[in-house]
Design a binder for this molecule. Structure first.
Ligand SMILES: C[S@@+](CC[C@H](N)C(=O)[O-])C[C@H]1O[C@@H](n2cnc3c(N)ncnc32)[C@H](O)[C@@H]1O
Length: 198
């Protein structure tokens, strides 16, 4: 395996010391995307929010800061990411405001219509079966709830074979049942934000 392939594997499922180091780097590198989401004012105080592929837990921390009376859940299929997210959010985890669980997006361990908002930063291009996984997200989202994907465009282009273009991803969201789908691009940063309203 080449060094690049090893790094991609670590970004896809962080493991051990190197994985933890990468999660710390990602916490810093992706914080601008958290700010972009917060500026869009889609998260309301009191919301029950799920962050999928929560990585090093920085997004959970940002969501908790703007959502004082709500609850923030994180899932990640990497054991290391779960450990690191818990560490990043130690206080909120101990008081029960932030709940982090090891789980895959393909089988989210929550009941139907549980969440007001669901976020996914820099992760959907790694998901095993995007169509089924978006359906699974739809299942746990409340009616009128919002699902927000934020990702760098070049990573979508690099990692994905299908659903790379805006019309393709819009069509996927609509076929799953999302009523309104909007796609915004931050051309300066090269970021994409896909929002589906159930
Ligand atoms: C590039 S990191 C991004 C982490 C974090 N969201 C951020 O913005 O810094 C991708 C994360 O998605 C997680 N991930 C990848 N595939 C997943 C899946 N099928 N289910 C749950 N988590 C997944 C990885 O374990 C990793 O923590």
């Amino acid at each position: 395996m080449t060094l690049l392939q090893r790094l991609i594997e670590q970004a896809k499922k962080p493991r051990g010391f190197v994985g933890s180091l990468m999660l710390r780097i990602m916490n810093k590198a992706h914080s601008g995307m958290n700010t972009w989401l917060i500026r869009q004012e889609v998260i309301n105080d009191g919301d029950i929010v799920l962050d999928i592929g929560c990585g090093g837990g920085k997004t959970l921390q940002s969501l908790s800061k703007i959502n004082r009376s709500g609850k923030i859940y994180g899932i990640d299929f990497s054991e290391q990411a779960v450990k690191d997210s818990i560490k990043t959010n130690e206080m909120d985890v101990s008081n029960g405001k932030v709940i982090v669980t090891q789980a895959s997006v393909s089988s989210i361990p929550y009941s139907d219509k549980f969440f007001d908002k669901i976020t996914a930063f820099q992760t959907h291009y790694f998901w095993p079966d995007l169509a089924n996984d978006v359906e699974e997200v739809f299942r746990v989202l409340k009616d009128d709830g919002k699902f927000i994907i934020i990702s760098e465009l070049y990573k979508i282009n690099y990692h994905m074979k299908a659903y790379k273009t805006k019309p393709e991803i819009k069509q996927l969201f609509e076929s799953v049942g999302f009523q309104t789908v909007t796609i915004q691009e931050n051309t300066q940063k090269g970021w994409l934000c896909i929002t589906g309203v159930k």
